[in-house]
Design a binder for this molecule. Sequence first.
Ligand SMILES: Cc1cc2nc3c(=O)[nH]c(=O)nc-3n(C[C@H](O)[C@H](O)[C@H](O)COP(=O)(O)O)c2cc1C
Ligand code: SF4
Length: 565
Amino acid sequence: MQVIHFRRPPGHPKGRPVEAWARERVLALLGGAPLRRDLLVEHLHRIQDAEGHLSAPMLAALAAEMRLSQAEVYETATFYHHFDVVKEGEAAPPALTVRVCESLSCAMAGAGALAERLEGSLGPRVRVQRVPCIGRCDQAPAVVVHQCPVAPATEQAVVGAVASGVRDCPLPEGARPAEATGAVAGEDDWARVRALAAGRLGAAQVFDELDAAGLRGLGGAGFPTGRKWRIVAGRPGPRMLVVNADEGEPGTFKDRWLLEREPRRFLEGMLVAALAVGCEACYVYLRDEYAGVRAALEREISALLAAPPVPLPAIHLRRGAGAYICGEESALIESIEGKRGVPRLRPPYVAEVGLFGRPTLVNNVETLVWVSHILERGAVWFASQGRRGRKGVRAFSVSGRVRQPGVGIAPAGITLRELVDEHCGGMAPGHELYAYLPGGASGGILPAALADLPLDFDTLQPHGSFIGSAAVVVLSTQDRARDAALNLMRFFRDESCGQCTPCRAGTAKAAELIGRPNWDRVLLAQLSAAMADASICGLGQAAPNPVLSVIRHFPQELADPRPAA
Ligand SMILES: Cc1cc2nc3c(=O)[nH]c(=O)nc-3n(C[C@H](O)[C@H](O)[C@H](O)COP(=O)(O)O)c2cc1C
Ligand code: SF4
């Protein structure tokens, strides 16, 4: 009888043996950096940057050095799009990757055809990947060569960038240190921080001022900022501050725009939050596609730490790795902790149990920029700017069929028609308004007949829509809402973390159903209800919105024999 041994012999660790060369290489690349679990994604970046991929021996060596199981390292590495995990026997990817954005605004600007041409002209030594939104919808079609944006991209410009061996990422033309939201030039950058540290400004005063301004979170959910700060401040310390700079929502690029132009304004808002709420550390989670912003922020943070205006909390700049779901605050926290970016079940909310199990304040970049402005100019200044009874001002990202796509600093309650006319120079030549997305991929699609609604929180819900992060994508009579819905549903399908079935299977099923010429309204409505009701996080809950919008507002498109664009 054959005896099968289920136990490993003593002294044999689990998984593949660590090879000496790989261990040496890993140690050299980590350069003495701490081996804490929460740095796993950072360490994977170091190896990926140096080697161009993550091989099995390197992952095994990293796991051994970090005292993690190989499974933990592998599952984390394979979760993120920007890590190329190469299995044993597989060929490593080409040294250079060209990423072509195929999200909505870029698709409308011809990204699909551009990707096809690039696949032909760049040859086998360059990998062309079709990727989700890279945060440059205003310069569509957008491409990233290695880590450098080429936008708007033409075949010639991308081929030229590849040939020139471009690697570093200067900030794009037009970005400059001058403030874009109209601050007083020459004023002390850290005035509010000094006032808080010296006790001239109290935390309660700050919370009251934010309440009076009516500031709500601008990352998408719109939670009142003052109220959130009070909740976290009321929890026992130590507390953490997490800045959400992941900006992955298709159509959104305002956080990049603000960080390029107002890095100090942002840092001041962040420090005000940390001091007022009593956070002992700040973690800024920046999407990986913003390499130029990362370099600029690293410089700003170094300068701040070299000459701190007051005793500062620890500041950590963390790099995302290409996963939209990491914009969801609990997934983002998992990622900072060095794990897969999988949303947590709530309760407990992150304000109670967040980063490293501590009460955590999570705020979006733009929210913190306005915090600094509000404390400088007063709640009345901010609140008085809205139109149609709404309060405040915000950064709208506008892309699609407008003459001048870009960020518009505009009052809450402005209408789509006003936004396009006053901030975008009108519609693009030859295009007539047909529809618009007021809140990126998740916020639904509205018809031109509803272009006079005030754009703000709580104004669009009766129409099956919401403003979210104010990512406005404009469609013309040359587009179809059903094509937009298909593009968005494919995005959700590809970006679902896969944790829950209604979202994982629902997005795939919905993408398949709406790719057909005739939509099955009843089936789509049932599927959408299941996704909205039973998904764990906002991705799966909001994913059906574009489909439901087409059914509700564009019935003329439900049967259309023309192939999907
Ligand atoms: C799928 C999903 C993606 C999200 N992406 C982002 C994002 O990229 N940036 C962001 O600030 N908030 C994003 N959010 C919202 C965050 O979870 C969170 O509400 C926000 O960062 C809180 O900051 P605020 O109160 O300043 O808006 C996302 C939410 C979901 C459900
Ligand atoms: S809804 Fe989707 S993205 Fe959110 S946890 Fe479930 S599977 Fe993951």
